[in-house]
Design a protein around this ligand. Structure first.
Ligand code: CA
Length: 330
């Protein structure tokens, strides 16, 4: 990874890094070999677009906040009406922070490693007492969907659709399990920042990083894009539904620039009293472990409530020239 680091240069102004233009194309989106929400696998076409080679960094996000005075969702008090029955301490401004457990826990209960921490926000990713020193070139985290979109608009860009993100992540390797091929550690190399060891209590950091890594610390994919697997999850514009939509008779056809379901379909069926819609996040993170969550793959996807940043979710931007993928989602 050292050669990659030196190639981009540490702490260089990544905001100046050019966008990468991808021609439109057709690919197999999704997978039927892993988690059920990744299917059905289907043929998809996306129009041409440009995409950032890196996730947005803390330094870049700081430039945006300095320029605009923007206040992120995690820095604003919560509206009690949105969270009926919630304890008052949970309504203070804050965000969700990963806390490693001291020993094995029930992995069916995420509360065993996620804690709502008042004061946690993008400047203080683990809460008060944490800051961004030495992490200027790490991906920004603790940004809710609208925080990511606000940055993108400021930069004259947008967020990718799920189809655009997955097309870009695959890097031309259609149908491969990983963004670099079908083998997780080709020739013993680490290709992404994930979790090694026992989740969520023993992180052996064999890949060199226990938390987030500077963007570009691992080799790029076939399109020259870094961190399209692991490091941080990335927001997309599409609403989440637990299965990809399949149109009647579409086995014969190619879906053109698909945009996922309606917003109303995205609410969490397990928490019907919470009416916070959910977007698709892609890519997996430094917390994805072989023993728990194998979502460091391009077909993998997760639902994220739009108002919730976390210490393992960031984003990257796209730019469109001649297509209309920006509509119908706000
Ligand atoms: Ca790691």
């Amino acid at each position: 990874m050292s050669h990659v680091r030196s190639e981009i240069g540490m702490n260089t102004n990544l905001a100046g890094a050019g966008m990468i233009a991808l021609p439109g194309g057709t690919f197999w989106m999704g997978s039927e070999s892993h988690y059920p929400e990744e299917g059905p696998r289907r043929k998809v076409r996306v129009d041409s677009f440009e995409i950032a080679p890196y996730a947005v960094t803390n330094a870049e996000y700081e430039a945006f906040v300095r320029d605009t005075g923007y206040v992120t969702v995690a820095e604003r008090p919560l509206n009690p009406a949105d969270y009926p029955g919630a304890r008052p301490e949970l309504l203070k401004a804050g965000s969700l922070v990963f806390r490693m457990s001291t020993g094995p826990v029930d992995t069916r209960n995420m509360a065993n490693w996620w804690a709502y921490v008042p004061g946690a926000c993008w400047r203080h990713p683990e809460g008060p007492g944490s800051d961004l020193s030495g992490r200027e070139d790490h991906p920004v985290v603790q940004v809710a969907y609208e925080d990511a979109l606000a940055y993108a608009k400021w930069a004259g860009k947008d967020l990718p659709t799920e189809a655009e993100w997955e097309y870009a992540a695959r890097g031309g390797l259609d149908g491969a399990d990983y963004v670099w091929g079908d083998e997780f550690n080709p020739e013993g190399r680490w290709m992404a920042n994930t979790w090694q060891g026992e989740f969520p209590w023993k992180n052996t950091s064999d890949d060199g990083f226990a938390g987030t890594a500077p963007v570009g610390s691992f080799p790029p994919n076939g399109y020259g894009l870094y961190d399209m697997a692991g490091n941080v999850w990335q927001w997309t514009k599409d609403w989440f539904f637990a299965k990809h939509p399949r149109k009647e008779g579409d086995s014969c056809c190619v879906l053109e620039n698909p945009r996922g379901p309606a917003k109303s379909a995205s609410y969490d069926p397990m928490q019907p009293h919470i009416k916070i819609p959910r977007k698709v996040v892609k890519g997996g993170s430094f917390l994805c472990a072989d023993s728990y969550c194998r979502r460091y793959r391009p077909a993998a996807r997760h639902a994220q409530m739009v108002d919730s940043g976390m210490s393992h979710i960031g984003f990257r931007c796209v730019k469109r020239v001649n297509n209309s993928q920006g509509g119908h989602d706000e």
